[in-house]
Design a protein around this ligand. Structure first.
Ligand SMILES: *Cc1c(COP(=O)(O)O)cnc(C)c1O
Length: 351
């Protein structure tokens, strides 16, 4: 290649997702996917999709889905936005709302896609250190060009309550606060109702984790009309048909099967809590999880060694080679059987 061409290229280090192993038989606890299938209603929706209908473009704004979501969460359809996973929704939000030229703030230990988007879009940013228990101090978020915080946070699994979230929103009246609620369904507190109260709050959620639809790419945002309208303008300046016909149909079916959704989430929470105790009895220090994953460390065994050992047993967990958390593992909560195999494997190493 002509070396001069390179000067035209963007210099960017992309986000790296949890490995998708090629082998058939393994236990995959490294990407916070749901171990259970989506609702059977989604299967019906997929099977009754009209093949001939695929020749047409999908409904551009996902209007029916937005109506269904609005009804479920108590919003009008113009307070709801949908996109290809919350990654898409978040990326569009960064573009839409972080334009003041001032630095935006997010925690130092958090979703590692945020700095990638900032670099891609030339958004100045600064990270705010979580304390040595990995907790976020809401007082430290002010005087900036915007805030993005996952609640619960990833990969720490810790959640903030209403008081802390209100503090962040109120300390930033003149900029946009995005609360990324990717794991909220496994948690105790959602800020979604605060949307009615604050004109600077955007809450994003996803169907990838709690609704088992990671493969379909469905994310959503809730905010007052003026925010959703800017977000829609950015989408329409980039790719005006974000959610395909199949994704819209399955998303609607998922919301309509509330019982399945609630049962699945409860099963995962039970499995999580039982296995946190088991990990503790194996000598792990485990953070209090409000998510579908467990963030833990072991005094005697290095996290990286445990991760590699588990890989030899065909069990994949997530390890981050990053300061402050490089001796921690993030383990997705699987089925009871998968978790039993994980604990058995760990017993083989530790006892
Ligand atoms: C998984 C995740 C997302 C993105 O989820 P999508 O699959 O793109 O909907 C966003 N934020 C956090 C913190 C996540 O863990």
């Amino acid at each position: 290649m002509n070396e001069n061409l390179k000067r035209n290229f963007i210099d960017i280090e992309p986000y790296v997702a949890g490995e998708q192993p090629k082998k058939a038989d393994f236990i995959k606890l490294n990407a916070n996917e749901n171990p259970y299938p989506p609702s059977p209603k989604c299967k019906e929706a997929l099977e009754s999709l009209e093949y001939g209908k695929l020749r047409k473009y999908p409904d551009a704004s996902g209007r029916i889905l937005r109506e269904v979501l609005g009804k479920y969460y108590g919003f009008s359809e113009d307070e709801v936005f949908v996109g290809n996973g919350s990654d898409d929704v978040l990326a569009l939000s960064f573009r839409a709302f972080f334009n003041s030229g001032k630095k935006i703030l997010f925690p130092d230990i958090t979703y590692s896609f945020y700095p990638v988007w900032c670099k891609l879009m030339n958004i100045p940013f600064e990270t705010v250190n979580v304390n040595d228990k990995f907790e976020i101090n809401p007082e430290m978020y002010s005087d900036c060009g915007g805030v993005v915080i996952p609640n619960p946070n990833a990969p720490t699994s810790l959640s903030m309550g209403e008081k802390e979230i209100r503090k962040v929103i109120e300390n930033n009246k003149d900029s946009i606060v995005i609360i990324d609620e990717a794991y909220v369904d496994f948690s105790e507190y959602t800020a979604i109702d605060l949307v009615h109260e604050y004109d600077n709050l955007l809450v994003t959620q996803t169907m990838s984790k709690s609704r088992s639809l990671a493969g379909m790419r469905i994310g959503m945002a809730f905010g007052q009309k003026h925010l959703i309208s800017v977000l829609s303008s950015v989408r329409d300046s980039f790719n005006s048909y974000p959610l395909d016909t199949a994704a819209q149909a399955l998303a609607i079916a998922s919301v309509e099967d509330d019982e399945y959704f609630k049962n699945t989430v409860q099963k995962i929470k039970n499995t999580r809590d039982e296995n946190i105790e088991k990990l503790k009895s194996l000598g792990f220090t485990v953070l209090r999880s409000s998510t579908n994953f467990i963030f833990c460390t072991h005094e005697k065994y290095k996290a990286k060694d445990i991760m590699e050992y588990l890989k030899t047993k065909d069990i994949y967990v997530r390890y981050f080679n990053k300061t402050r958390i490089d001796n921690y593992l993030r383990i997705t909560v699987g089925t009871d059987d998968e978790m039993e195999m994980l604990i058995n494997a760990l017993e083989g190493l530790i006892k």
